[in-house]
Ligand binder design. Structure first.
Ligand code: SAH
Ligand code: SF4
Ligand code: F3S
Length: 446
């Protein structure tokens, strides 16, 4: 059998990793990957309910696939991911896109092989969406995008119910994987040549708490730090309300813990933070930043998520976000225009901000962010950085690209043998979004 699959992924790292798992399962069934949709025997769209127009782009992609599916009716088109956990979306698919063969949700991706086999045998459409999780499914295969770095789920779901956010509804209640399962997976990854692990969860800091584990998130970092072969540990995302002093201590003690933290602030005004149900204040957030910098001699890179135009955000509130940004000097940020998500409390608030005000604030925020990023990057000039080489750069195939411990993108001249290795690069030029450099040293044996 020489059957082909193609997966389109929207959304965050959780979705990217879910797509890797689906790819792994399809490969075990004998399928191989293709980049060309027209030649695929199965196309899956893994959807997101948050990211910029992800829903519009999803329905746009479905529109394009309709013709392809008509011309090649034996092709299976499946849709999955966060949007499928929303009833109004499933209703829309049933009504307007009834030609879609397969619909499944975030809680039952492990069913994919069974569902596909069912469709092949019976040639009928299948909808299988579990409204809640029914246990954590261990041992699923995964096809990694890079051989040398890997995502590792540590928690699923979220209990925080920030008032703007749909994730607790699409991913369900928070649950943690057992420490032994995580450590086993990381050891296997190390044996398979993985150097960098990215631990994933909506709020990694509350790892184990809801399940009453003895081991907390910081303990998990200490344990992974001891695993031979792993050279870098990253995690995402970390909620400020649960960031412990013990975890801050791990930055001191664990040499493999990358000197970077993604710590979403969302807003700089206490009034807005309260209405968002974030459960921390501007002051307590800034105190965390101070402690993190103290523990790392000021070396830690800090990135964040910010929302502008949350309902009721006044000009003064917004200026507090700008002043917080100026104070922290972020290394980078995902910036979002608030958009109401049906089913969340904030979507019902009656003081929504006009679109043009949101856009105007968004542009001002980007200016402050870019200025901070350029200043932060400038201090790298002349420094020697350890870079995990990812491959040829997208713009210029002759240069390599990789990331520093602090997550900065570095472009430099190199040879293909360097891909997947950690090399030392002297930074020769800093730009706003990336660094340029030249290799000073690399170990051919590692
Ligand atoms: N669990 C992570 C975030 C997951 S969602 C955390 O709590 O940090 C990723 C980001 O999307 C959020 O941090 C937020 O900035 C943004 N976001 C979520 N819902 C949004 C909405 N309705 N409008 C605009 N941005 C939103
Ligand atoms: Fe959404 Fe808040 Fe949970 Fe993050 S912590 S996933 S923003 S509800
Ligand atoms: Fe989107 Fe779901 Fe992630 S809504 S951001 S793909 S958890």
């Amino acid at each position: 059998m020489n059957k082909l699959y193609h997966i389109m992924t929207f959304g965050c790292q959780m979705n990217e990793h879910d797509s890797e798992i689906m790819a792994g399962m399809l490969e075990e069934m004998g399928y191989s990957e293709t980049q060309k949709r027209a030649e695929a025997d199965i196309i899956l769209i893994n959807t997101c309910s948050i990211r910029e127009n992800a829903d519009k782009r999803f329905f746009g992609s479905l529109g394009q696939l309709k013709r392809l599916h008509r011309e090649k009716p034996e092709m299976i088109v499946g849709v999955c991911g966060c949007m499928m956990q929303q009833q109004h979306i499933i209703d829309a698919i049933r009504k307007k896109y009834s030609w879609v063969d397969l619909v499944f949700g975030t809680h039952n991706i492990h069913e994919l092989p069974e569902l596909v086999t069912g469709i092949l045998n019976e040639r009928q459409k299948v909808v299988s969406v579990w409204s809640e999780h029914r246990g954590i499914f261990e041992g699923l295969p995964s096809k990694r995008r890079y051989p040398f770095k890997a995502f590792v789920n540590i928690t699923y779901g979220c209990n925080n119910f920030c008032t703007y956010c749909i994730v607790p509804y699409t991913r369900g209640r928070e649950r943690s994987r057992l420490p032994e399962d995580i450590l086993k997976e990381v050891r296997e990854l190390a044996a398979d040549g993985v150097k960098e692990v990215m631990l994933l969860g909506q709020n990694v800091n509350s790892y184990g708490l809801a399940d009453g584990f003895e081991m907390d998130f910081a303990d998990l970092i200490y344990a992974i730090n001891k695993i031979e072969g792993i050279e870098r540990i990253r995690f995402m995302t970390s909620h400020p309300k649960d960031l412990s002093d013990k975890l801050i201590g791990a930055y001191r003690d664990c040499e493999k813990l990358a000197c970077h933290i993604h710590l979403p602030v969302q807003a700089g005004s206490n009034r807005v933070l309260k209405r968002m149900n974030r459960k921390y204040t501007r002051e307590s957030y800034l105190e965390l930043i101070r402690k993190l910098r103290e523990a790392t001699d000021g070396q830690i890179a800090i990135t964040t998520d910010i929302i502008v135009g949350f309902p009721g955000e006044t000009e003064e509130d917004f200026e507090e976000t700008l002043s917080l940004m100026a104070e922290v000097q972020y290394d980078s940020a995902f910036t979002f225009l608030y958009s109401p998500r049906p089913g969340t409390p904030a979507a019902e608030y009656d003081d929504q901000i006009p679109e043009e005000v949101k856009h105007e604030r968004f542009n001002r925020m980007r200016e402050v962010l870019d200025a901070g990023m350029a200043d932060n990057n400038a201090v790298y000039e002349g420094r020697i950085e350890k870079v995990l080489v990812e491959g040829p750069s997208r713009k210029n195939k002759k240069t390599l690209t990789g990331r520093t411990e602090s997550m900065k993108i570095v472009n430099f001249a190199g040879t293909p043998e360097m891909v997947g290795r950690i090399v030392k690069v002297k930074i020769t030029e800093a730009k706003t979004y990336s660094l340029e450099g030249e290799v000073t040293e690399w170990d051919t044996h590692r």
